[in-house]
Design a binder for this molecule. Structure first.
Ligand code: 9WN
Length: 465
């Protein structure tokens, strides 16, 4: 969105935030799946879809279930859930790298045999959390048939199990309980300073020229990753293509191999959700034992990422053998989302989160978590994951704090995030010092988390409208 555009105030529109959120989701609805955003992201993204399904559950649990099932229809034989399922009807020049660039997936014996094609990357595994949520909402609120939602759980359960098994085998060959990512896009926080050290070590080889398409959808290139970063992103894609997306070949050659602390934390929570699903379905005991073991292994792995001096959990560069130092929201979110923390650690994290380096920073427009601390050397106000706040991340933090019993802080975040969206719309992310909406407009997961928040309890500005 251009800096010149006046902010849209949905609270004043008289139609209410929930109505506007539904409209965004309706406009981005492609039938069985939802575009991440109208122009910038015309395909189905993996973790977007899971979070969209969480919001859609409040509107129509059946449609929410379909969102997940459409994604899992493109699951690979290895259990991998691809980070993008390409929309065959999107104009070829709308997004790069698109399906034509990922031709190796068509050649891989592990990939789904026919179109729609997919990428061969992954994204954080929020899906089991979404599946459990759909079940809960269908049962408790929308009067959905329990038989129907149980049938959905029955269909999705083996697929979720395969997905988690993939992450804990192919993506954790070291058995550290932590998920390895092969590309910053796999973290969902693409240009976060979390990756600067590891990405800086990547040596770009010969590859065909490419043309970025993302910049044509934003007014200001500083809102998107730099060319230095993009060149490395495309090189890392290129090296996976040269490996024909084969897991062993990628593991041998990929120059970027990092234990992603946030994906690992999310996987712990997702394994707990999957365990609940297994219990509802009365799945075999051995499945449940496996999930308990995975949860335990995940929490142990996370503990190794704790950095006492920074008071944060950090990612681990497997190839360099070191923790990657950066003060980002992932440092809190990873342990909080995983849960099961000792009270003293929980208290330390909550205090640190509210310190002047994060929520208490004096320059913040609103006390919402910036993606990177304004005091970190990697911080940039308008640049994507280097500073702006993202409603979807605030939602995950809210969800985690609620579960941890930190209800007051959680509710403050919820109210503040809704006030932000109410003032500036369903942007992809926001300038933390001015509140200005940046990146894509009408981002689906922003609308979805707003809907889910609004379903929790009334919101003052909504009542006023
Ligand atoms: C690359 C769709 C996705 C999100 C990611 C976000 C961004 C893509 C891009 O958009 O990534 O996957 O082209 O920048 O970083 O979290 O899933 O909304």
């Amino acid at each position: 969105m251009s800096g010149e555009d006046p902010p849209r105030s949905f609270a004043d529109s008289g139609r209410g935030l929930a109505h506007e959120a539904k409209e965004v989701l309706r406009n981005n609805d492609m039938g069985g799946w939802t575009k991440a955003a109208p122009n910038l992201y015309p395909h189905q993204w993996s973790w977007d879809s899971a979070l969209i399904a969480i919001g859609l559950a409040r509107l129509d649990p059946r449609r929410a279930a379909r969102e997940l099932e459409t994604l899992f229809d493109r699951q690979w034989k290895t259990g991998k859930v691809p980070h993008i399922v390409f929309n065959e009807d999107a104009p070829a020049d709308s997004y790069f790298p698109g399906a034509d660039h990922w031709y190796c997936t068509a050649d891989s014996p592990d990939a789904p045999p026919a179109s729609p094609y997919t990428s061969c990357l992954v994204q954080p595994p929020v899906h089991a959390i979404a599946a459990r949520h759909i079940w809960e909402v269908a049962r408790e609120e929308n009067g959905g048939s329990t038989n129907e939602s149980r049938a959905f759980l029955g269909r999705i359960y083996p697929k979720l199990l395969g997905w988690h098994r993939y992450l804990l085998t192919y993506r954790d060959r070291e058995e550290m309980g932590l998920v390895t990512i092969y590309h910053p896009w796999e973290s969902g926080m693409d240009n976060s300073p979390r990756w600067d050290g590891a990405l800086g070590r990547v040596e770009v080889g010969d590859m065909p020229d490419f043309e970025r398409r993302d910049l044509q959808h934003v007014d200001d290139p500083s809102e998107r990753p730099t060319d230095f970063e993009y060149k490395r992103y495309i090189w890392l894609v290129e090296s996976m293509k040269r490996a024909v997306c084969d897991e062993d070949a990628i593991y041998e050659a990929q120059q970027f191999q990092v234990k992603d602390v946030l994906a690992s934390g999310i996987l712990v929570a997702a394994n707990e959700a999957l365990l609940e699903i297994a219990e509802i379905l009365e799945a075999p005991d051995e499945d449940r034992e496996l999930m308990r073991a995975w949860t335990h292994r995940g929490r142990e792995g996370l503990e190794r990422c704790w950095h006492e001096d920074l008071g944060l959990y950090l990612d681990y560069d497997v190839l360099a053998g070191e923790l990657l130092q950066a003060r980002t929201v992932a440092g809190f979110l990873a342990p909080l989302v995983a849960g099961g923390l000792e009270p003293a650690r929980l208290k330390a994290l909550v205090t640190r989160l509210q310190s002047a380096e994060f929520l208490g920073h004096p320059d913040l427009y609103r006390p919402l978590p910036p993606s990177t601390s304004p005091d970190d050397p990697g911080f940039m106000r308008r640049s994507y994951w280097r500073g702006p706040f993202w409603p979807v991340i605030t939602w995950l933090l809210w969800w985690s704090l609620e579960r941890a019993g930190e209800k007051e802080l959680a509710d403050r975040l919820r109210q503040t995030a809704l006030a932000q969206i109410s003032e500036h719309g369903f942007g992809e992310y926001f300038d933390p010092f001015t509140g200005e909406s940046l990146g894509a407009e009408d981002q689906s997961w922003t609308a979805a988390v707003a809907l889910e928040w609004l379903a929790e309890e009334p919101y003052p500005e909504q009542k006023a409208s």
